[in-house]
Design a protein around this ligand. Structure first.
Ligand code: FAD
Ligand code: DHB
Length: 384
């Protein structure tokens, strides 16, 4: 079997790349380890930057997103018993974010690929990458796929990055001393906008998916076990961390999904080796506080599409050669922003009273200085 671009992974990065390449007349095959049902149900990100929405709409997969997505013109920072709004409409006029579940993006992309006759293979075993600096090919479940280029879109735990010989990549990594417990609940959102709450008990985030479904996150110890978090404890902890301003009551309901995500920052440089190009979480991870992971994956895929389109149209590899450098600038800006939001809002076991005072002082600065609030707003909605 032969294709122009062999794509490993059917997450947002791999699926969007396959779709954008199709629109440019470039063939691809997507190889995914999990089942279609599994990837369509995997609950993860929810915040789409304007640029991500624009990309999906321009690619013809934004119809449901425009109908069901929830546009937001601000977020709330909650700490010290008060609510502070960061108003995007005032600080970054004309730019906003849209709340729409990642698995909905994945569903829309899978539907579009299948409708166009795209070649998506689910539940493929034993994917291996070969001859990356020569004539690359992929083997899987007894089959072989010859490609001109391979796109490694298989996330942080995939096979693509580890297929690059030792010594080629430089890895930068930061582990955080906590994880996020994510919860999806059948209950109407208790607020109209996202609430990022800094609390002595730990960070909490109130988000949403629809008028009937809310999404929450709690800072928990890095080794937290779901067995220790029965629903009653989740609600009690969310209430303790979020019901800290007068008049706010957290609505509770049936919890339909629960998961623990470790927090780390990670970048592998360069994002390419021979004819293998990495995109999305396979090359970099951010702590989720800045809501950047999915948006970075989409930005990588946009850059890779342009580079591949130029390559297949003219044979010129200039853009492909510069792919990693072009992406890494944005990746590091997002790393910094995500680290900054994380340190601003979480509690750290080893921090002393001085460090806590500094954190509160910084929060006061961010919520009272136009310059500081604008820094938050323009990074949050996405630097172009
Ligand atoms: P993935 O979504 O990880 O997709 C990789 C795919 O490759 C998967 O389907 C996997 O099954 C497949 N795969 C893996 N190994 C193999 C193999 N060996 N062979 C074949 N296939 C393989 N980002 C935001 O922008 N905003 C947010 O609000 C946000 N919130 C988040 C909240 C949580 C709880 C989590 C966990 C993440 C969040 N993120 C957020 C990050 C975002 O979900 C990721 O950055 C995004 O999923 C990256 O997409 P991807 O396609 O690169 O990787
Ligand atoms: C969501 C996830 C995030 O990481 C974030 O910063 C904001 C919202 C969400 O899943 O809704």
């Amino acid at each position: 079997m032969r294709t122009q671009v062999g794509i490993i992974g059917a997450g947002p990065a791999g699926l969007l790349l396959s779709h954008l390449l199709h629109l440019r007349g470039i063939s691809s095959v997507v190889l995914e380890r999990r089942s279609r049902e599994y990837v369509e149900r995997r609950v993860r990100a929810g915040v789409l930057e304007q640029g991500t929405v624009d990309t999906l709409v321009a690619a013809g997969v934004g119809e449901r997103l425009l109908r069901e997505g929830l546009p937001h013109e601000g977020i709330e920072l909650r700490y010290g018993g008060a609510a502070h709004r960061i108003p995007f409409e005032k600080l970054v006029p004309g730019r906003r974010i849209t709340v729409y579940g990642q698995q909905e993006v994945v569903k829309d992309l899978i539907a579009a690929r299948l409708e166009a006759g795209g070649d998506l293979r689910f539940e493929v075993d034993d994917v291996e990458l070969h001859d990356l600096t020569g004539a690359p090919y992929v083997t899987f479940g007894g089959d072989r796929l010859d490609c001109e280029v391979i796109a490694g879109c298989d996330g942080f735990h995939g096979v693509s990055r580890p297929s690059i010989p030792e010594g080629v990549l430089t890895v930068f990594e930061r582990e955080y001393p906590f994880a996020w417990l994510g919860v999806l609940a059948r209950v109407r959102p208790s607020a109209e906008e996202l609430i990022y709450a800094r609390n002595e008990r730990g960070f909490a985030l109130h988000s949403m998916r629809s008028p009937e479904v809310s999404r929450f996150y709690l800072q928990v110890p890095p080794d937290a076990d779901l067995a220790d978090w029965p629903d009653e404890r989740v609600w009690a902890e969310l209430k303790a961390r979020l019901e800290t301003v007068p008049g706010f009551t957290l609505e509770t309901g049936e919890i339909i999904e629960k998961g623990v995500t470790p927090m780390r920052g990670f970048v592998a440089e360069p994002m390419q080796y021979g004819r293998l190009y990495l995109a999305g979480d396979s090359a970099h991870i951010v702590p989720p506080t800045g809501a950047k992971g999915l948006n970075l994956a989409v930005a990588d895929v946009n850059a890779l599409t342009e580079a591949l389109a130029a390559y297949f149209a003219t044979g010129s590899a200039g853009l492909l050669d510069g792919y990693s450098a072009a992406c890494l600038r944005r990746v590091w800006r997002a790393q910094h922003f995500s680290w900054w939001m994380t340190t601003l809002l979480h509690t750290f076991d080893d921090e002393d009273a001085y460090a806590r005072r500094l954190q509160l002082s910084y929060l006061d600065y961010v919520t009272s200085s136009m310059a500081a609030a604008t820094t938050l707003a323009e990074n949050y909605v996405g630097l172009s």
